[in-house]
Design a protein around this ligand. Structure first.
Ligand code: RB5
Length: 153
């Protein structure tokens, strides 16, 4: 798969080992930065990765900040993106199986690297379940459509 990845300063320390994991698994990785641990603004990096996924330049995105929260809040504003903060491998599995998540947001400060590696693995190896979940995901995505005026009743 083509994976777009980025962090901020708080997630930087986990970015290199996760890139190594991705390469070892045979994925094509595009690192959107940053190049060092200098303080940066996470929305700038979430924007780059989310837009690469939304444009079809990457199949999936991975974002690492202190909590993962700011990355997810930003990425989810880009049309076509389903991003979430994930703290356990089980949630990573369900994020793929039920929600067809395409941008994984993880915490560099509160989740150990070993757990994040398991989360990444689950995110990349679990397929979307389809079936009853497909209609729900379609309903998530209608929120991207400016002509959708909200659920009535
Ligand atoms: C940076 O201090 C921190 O706010 C950021 O990494 C992230 O946790 C935001 O959601």
């Amino acid at each position: 798969m083509r994976i777009a990845i980025a962090s901020d300063h708080a997630g930087f320390i986990q970015k290199a080992p996760i890139i190594e994991q991705l390469i070892a698994l045979g994925h094509e990785v595009r690192d959107f930065g940053p190049a060092n641990e200098d303080r940066v603004d996470y929305p700038d990096y979430a924007d780059k990765v989310a837009r690469a996924v939304a444009a079809g330049q990457a199949d999936r995105g991975i974002l690492i900040c202190g909590t993962g929260i700011g990355m997810a809040l930003t990425a989810d504003k880009i049309a076509g993106i389903r991003a979430s903060v994930i703290q356990t491998p089980e949630f990573a599995h369900l994020f793929r199986e039920h929600n067809d998540g395409n941008v994984l947001c993880i915490s560099g400060r509160f989740t150990e690297l070993d757990i994040n590696k398991q989360i990444v693995n689950e995110f990349l190896t679990t397929g979307f379940g389809g079936g009853r979940h497909a209609g729900r995901v379609k309903k998530i995505m209608r929120e991207d459509d400016a002509s959708f005026s909200g659920v009535k009743e």
